[in-house]
Design a protein around this ligand. Sequence first.
Ligand code: GAL
Length: 424
Amino acid sequence: MPCSNADPLFLILGFHSKQRQESLKGEAVFSDCWLSLRLSAECVKMNLLAKTPPMGWNSWNTFGPNISDALIRETADTMVNEGLLDVGYEYLVIDDCWSLKERNAEGHLVPDPVKFPFGMKALADYVHEKGLKFGMYSCDGTKTCAGYPASLEHEFTDAQTFAAWGVDFLKYDNCYKPTSLEGKLLYRRMAMALRATGRDILFSACNWGTENVETWIRSTGAHMWRSTGDINDSWASIKNLVLSQDDHEPFSGPGCFNDIDMLVVGMYGKGNVGFGGCNDTQYKTHFALWCMMNSPLMIGCDIRVMNEITKKILTNPELIAINQDPEGRQPYRVRPSMASDTEIRVFVKPLLGGDYAIGFFNLSDQKVSPALELWDIGLPASSGCGLMLHDTWTHEDIGVFYESIQPVLDPYDCAVYRATLVLP
Ligand code: GAL
């Protein structure tokens, strides 16, 4: 992906190049044109995948094994026609169950000809023509979690196959892995195999947060890593995943984001992981949490039939802007006063340009009113400063607050503000 002039990386490169110009003064004259060519070349050379949390759609949550060429094409059409691509959802990912149960005589993976009669290359071409990127799935063990052939000892062959098909994203699972082999070794191996293809393939590691993955995954070359077990479409699951992430914040950032699993927004209990479903307030809070916690945003519902509320939640531009903030800073957690910490989460995330995102999340079934003392985020009363709050759900400014912020939250509800510092 080329850099734009607005890209902070571009500015940093520009700065270094100017310094170099200074140091070379008298030896050479650098025209503007030369400088931009040089910057473009540097941008291309650098791996710019996952500068911000990846966004897209994945087949698993709703469709499980019931996937097909037609489903993927219709989903691609919907991503474009419903404006999902416009707000950033660019990867269309086929999860488990896409291949035959055996490799062919040459040892290659073979797409199931009933599900994918035109093969993967033709499907990838269709997805690319829509302006989307194409993702697939494999696993570091002898079989995938659903029992299909996986990539252990076939890593370099499979990576070449994926590259030849035009794959831009590989989700890499962790089932049927021999216990004698460290996960770290196998994720390094597939990362290397993908890099060896010469194609930009985003590497999505999925070992469910095991083996202290946060301490080694970035250095394998992965671009996102599952820090949780599997989500299902229930409030209990969403809540458990969020609470399990305490103290993970330092391990996420540009180039490699922690993934709290795919979204269940809009599933309403239907499909492969539709364990009962959630109400719209719960979906709203789920989405806001994923945005605030810098998780990749991979839609899991059947977008071909999504309702207006689902669409409104998934395309909220102000929450997506927080998730996709170019500075890519992770949030920190603040313990609220006036409410128990066990079922309330309050996060603060610095944003590019000086604003802050501040999110209050009520994970409980009671009405609560947690307070954030501004002292805890760096604003003592003696500073005389306040925060102008803008509500990211109503899209309205709600006033300037001093000393503390204390929203009233209905059961399962949230409040997420964009806050601008107001000097005395
Ligand atoms: C799980 C993974 C899920 C899904 C599933 C497919 O291990 O966490 O997201 O990919 O395998 O079998």
